[in-house]
Design a protein around this ligand. Structure first.
Ligand SMILES: Cc1cc2nc3c(=O)[nH]c(=O)nc-3n(C[C@H](O)[C@H](O)[C@H](O)COP(=O)(O)O)c2cc1C
Length: 170
């Protein structure tokens, strides 16, 4: 699956919009395709929230079928998802546990409410993937629009592509 010939795909899951905001910014800076993930069982509202929390705590990482079956047409993929109960959100874990083929360059950008440190979520996601991410970042919701957000993005772009990082962040 490739939408417009971009080298980078930004695959994101969002319930309430914070991760979509991050994904859009990444797509713009990297001239990348935006690829939303569907998981209607976790839609907005109390039922969706409760199911998200319970499935996350129980490690129910079933793969929800997506509009794509492979992402290997891209040179690199950036996965974006929220933290749920200290883990990467279930739809992301489902993707990593499923049969979706990925390129060698895979990175991860998490959003969080900052109730908990994100190192556990990164560790779990790397275990699910079976290898390390090229670049990793996490943005607490409270840091949106602040200089801290700028620093997080700058570091992420530098880790993603050391030669191009500074130019992409500008
Ligand atoms: C079920 C559930 C569990 C969550 N658990 C955590 C958590 O353990 N730590 C944290 O910092 N934020 C937690 N959050 C907050 C989200 O990570 C945060 O609001 C995120 O930015 C939401 O992204 P979205 O707007 O793209 O859905 C949780 C949110 C939900 C829905």
């Amino acid at each position: 699956m490739k939408i417009a010939g971009a080298a980078t795909g930004i695959v994101f899951f969002t319930r309430t919009g914070h991760t979509k905001r991050v994904a859009k910014r990444l797509a713009q800076a990297l001239s990348a395709d935006l690829i939303p993930m569907r998981a209607p069982q976790y839609e907005k509202g109390f039922r969706g929230y409760m199911r998200a929390a319970i499935d996350s705590l129980r490690h129910i990482n079933e793969h929800t079928p997506q509009d794509f079956e492979s992402l290997t047409d891209y040179d690199r993929i950036v996965l974006c998802a929220p933290v749920w109960t200290s883990f990467p959100a279930v739809p992301l874990r489902g993707l990593l546990h499923g049969n979706v083929a990925l390129p060698s360059s895979v990175s991860l950008f998490l959003t969080s409410g900052a109730h908990s440190p994100t190192h556990k979520a990164f560790r779990v996601a790397e275990t699910d993937l079976g290898r390390s991410f090229v670049a990793k970042a996490s943005l607490p919701n409270d840091w949106e629009g602040t200089p801290k957000e700028e620093r997080i993005f700058a570091r992420f772009f530098r880790d993603l592509d050391p030669a191009q990082g500074i130019a992409a962040a500008l």
